[in-house]
Design a protein around this ligand. Structure first.
Ligand code: ACO
Length: 458
């Protein structure tokens, strides 16, 4: 299969659904469109025009925002498919470059296409020399994700020949550039924090080997690649490569829907990924395990997580879509065992994580709410074992997810149904009122109202 043969997205009308307004009377019939697998959708695009009502769905819990043919999740079964291939098979048998090709171009490459793709990616691994100096504008203490957001956004100021979203060749170039440069950008963010010189990528190495060498090598010594670590990183990247319409991917689609350039769009995805409810959870899990510290404290933290008056949640637990198990978490747990064993690392946090998992899985609160470990629960233990500091974890996630963001960005751009993303709202604020002169306004104590505004109260 070549890149021009990406399967067409079809959604046939197979049924109709009626929306009935009871008191003020009204009935509207909407098309039901079929999915190839998974839930069909009620096509409500004409609903507002006909009924003058919006639908209300904060957090998109029941709303499909697009048609897509990239990734499928069955949350009940705990199934994740990239272009139809189960994640477990890809994690075991594939490699990250193949997975990138699969997500972007719709099918696994043959031997020649794979080699051509790797050579193409390798030809873009270096950063513009002036971009390397751009890092100096950051504090040494900057969080790597802050640097990633800045540097990836700044690519649009350096690579003017790949910002025209209407030119297919420029779209391709931008996508290949970002996949190639992301390890370099992340590794430099890490090295900058340590004050280490920036090494060049080495294109005779695999994607994950190159990432390791750029992170951990020092100019005064030869760097020997540990194949166990390289394999673990590669698997980590595969497991994070895509996850359909999650928060960061939806952010990329939304940013892209206005016609923003690809570098700006991917930078917006990194921003959204950073939050602890999303990709930032891997960092938050390790911080939580460090805070728990000992098995004897687990009960206290489980109780805190159940207490609604406490903002604390068990990080790495729960998922919007998976209500049975996250298949990536299972692979990640096995991988964590493997890497600790082969590196001879005795990380007490692994024991703590397993114990916490067991206790939470037996607790009625977690059972009732279908809260299971997600991909981030064990990933931090792997990354920590291979020597990465906690604040680099989400940057590693961003490297892996870049290809997913790009695949969705491209799919969105060429979708004939695509419009600028512009949700509606249920307005509950003041109705129209007239302006009053400043000396005629009521006594509002400014300081107090400011702090009330920023408090947790609405
Ligand atoms: N610990 C304790 N309670 C939880 C947790 C948790 N980790 N997750 C959800 N709940 C509870 C909520 O309090 C809520 O209870 P309620 O119905 O009594 O109000 C219920 O479970 C449903 O939670 P929501 O927040 O409504 O579920 P949603 O689908 O919106 O959120 C999310 C999913 C954000 C992943 C949530 O489970 C969470 O915050 N988990 C911890 C952070 C985390 O691990 N994020 C990584 C997700 S995977 C990824 O992005 C790669």
């Amino acid at each position: 299969m070549t890149k021009n043969d990406t399967p067409k997205l079809e959604s046939k009308v197979v049924d109709a659904a009626t929306i009935d307004r009871k008191k003020t009377k009204g009935q509207w019939e909407m098309d039901v469109r079929a999915a190839s697998v998974g839930p069909d959708v009620v096509d409500i695009r004409k609903f507002y025009g006909q009924s003058k009502m919006f639908t209300y769905d904060p957090g998109f819990t029941s709303t499909a925002s697009c048609t897509s043919a990239i990734t499928y999740i069955d949350g009940g079964k705990g199934e994740l498919l990239y272009r139809g291939y189960p994640i477990e098979q890809l994690a075991e048998k594939s490699d990250y470059m193949e997975t990138c090709y699969l997500l972007l171009y719709g099918d696994l490459p043959n031997k020649e296409s794979k080699q051509a793709f790797i050579s193409e990616i390798n030809s873009h691994t270096m950063l513009h020399e002036q971009l390397s100096t751009f890092y100096r504008g950051f504090m040494r203490s900057a969080h790597p994700m802050a640097i990633m957001v800045g540097v990836v956004g700044a690519l649009s100021a350096f690579y003017h020949d790949s910002t025209d979203i209407n030119d297919p060749a420029q779209r391709q170039l931008a996508a290949h550039r970002m996949i190639a440069k992301m390890p370099t950008i992340a590794a430099y963010a890490y090295r900058y924090s340590l004050g280490l010189p920036f090494p060049q990528p080495q294109n005779d190495l695999s994607y994950s080997e190159n990432l390791m060498q750029m992170m951990f090598s020092v100019p005064t010594e030869d760097y020997e690649i540990n194949p166990v670590i390289a394999k673990a990183i590669d698997r980590f990247l595969i497991l994070h490569a895509d996850h359909e319409q999650n928060a960061s991917t939806s952010t990329v689609r939304l940013a892209g829907s206005s016609g923003a350039n690809p570098f700006a769009c991917i930078s917006s995805g990194i921003t959204s990924l950073w939050g602890p409810a999303h990709g930032g959870a891997n960092e938050a899990v390790l911080k939580m395990l460090d805070e728990i510290g000992d098995k004897k404290n687990i009960g206290k933290y489980v109780d805190k997580a159940k207490d609604k008056s406490d903002n604390f949640r068990l990080m790495g637990f729960g998922h919007r879509v998976y209500k049975n198990f996250d298949p990536r978490a299972q692979v990640m747990r096995d991988s964590a065992h493997e890497i600790l064993e082969s590196l001879g690392v005795n990380d007490p946090r692994m024991e703590l994580a397993m114990e916490l998992e067991q206790i939470a899985l037996k607790d009625p609160y977690f059972i009732e709410k279908n809260l299971y470990p997600n991909v981030d629960f064990y990933s931090g233990i792997i990354l920590s074992a291979i020597g990465l500091p906690t604040n680099m974890f989400t940057a590693m996630f961003a490297i892996g997810r870049t290809v997913g963001w790009l695949s969705h960005w491209k799919e969105m751009l060429v979708d004939p149904d695509q419009k600028i993303g512009r949700p509606r709202q249920l307005y509950v604020g003041e109705t129209r009122r007239d302006y009053t002169a400043v000396n005629k306004r009521g006594g509002r104590k400014d300081g107090a109202s400011w702090s009330r505004f920023w408090s947790n109260k609405r």
